[in-house]
Design a protein around this ligand. Sequence first.
Ligand SMILES: [Zn+2]
Ligand SMILES: [Zn+2]
Length: 259
Amino acid sequence: MSYSHQGQSPLAPGAPKEHNNPMGIIDLLLSRVCRLCDMPINADLDLCPPCWRSLPWNRLPCPNCAAPLPADLALCRHCALKPPPFERAIAPLLFEDPVPRLIHAIKFGKGYSQAKLLSRLLGDAVATADDPLPDLLVPVPLTTGRIFHRGHNQAILLAAPLARRFGIPLRRKAVRRVGRTATQRGQSRAARARSVRGVFKANQPFAGTVAIVDDVMTTGATTAELARVLLEAGADEVVVWAAARVGGQASSSAPAQFR
Ligand SMILES: [Zn+2]
Ligand SMILES: [Zn+2]
């Protein structure tokens, strides 16, 4: 199975693997079901092929910030005007149904299977992009209060399987959140950038390439601020891995930041 964030059609998951997968029979015995439609499946992705095909794939992303692009542009207008402090971003999905449901389950419930699924899709996009792998993964931190309230940070739930899959160290506490971000809904891009200024502090020095891992990237203001802090603390370059991206035009009606 593969997925290209460069606009090629994703291939359907699963089936051919059965031939050389002695564990396939175990999948059948365990009667797994699709996470979205409850159809029994034997693929290894927790999704049936029709649900997988109908996911809102981010087929033509800006190579810098992963915002979905009109077909005639090579770079989004924001990146053309002012490139973000991170080098590039990968976000295989758009923040459209059913992705908000999956992310909501991870944020506010015990959505471990949803986290596993999104992490897998993000990892496939990273593998297909074939960029040099980063030296370190840093999940976007929550405020201590929010972690206490919810018991987990969804960015860590996404990042941990990626760290295992690619053999990259994960630093959960390398950065802390020192301020709470006011809701960004309806704010202009410049106002969003101002509202996140100073909310992150590095707990350690950095070096090499650092990948920021997040669930959903909205305008990129939070991500850009975190990238700025990582670079200031010594990172050579910062890349972004997010499961989903809010569309460029949809920014003004973007979801409220949950953290
Ligand atoms: Zn399904
Ligand atoms: Zn862009």
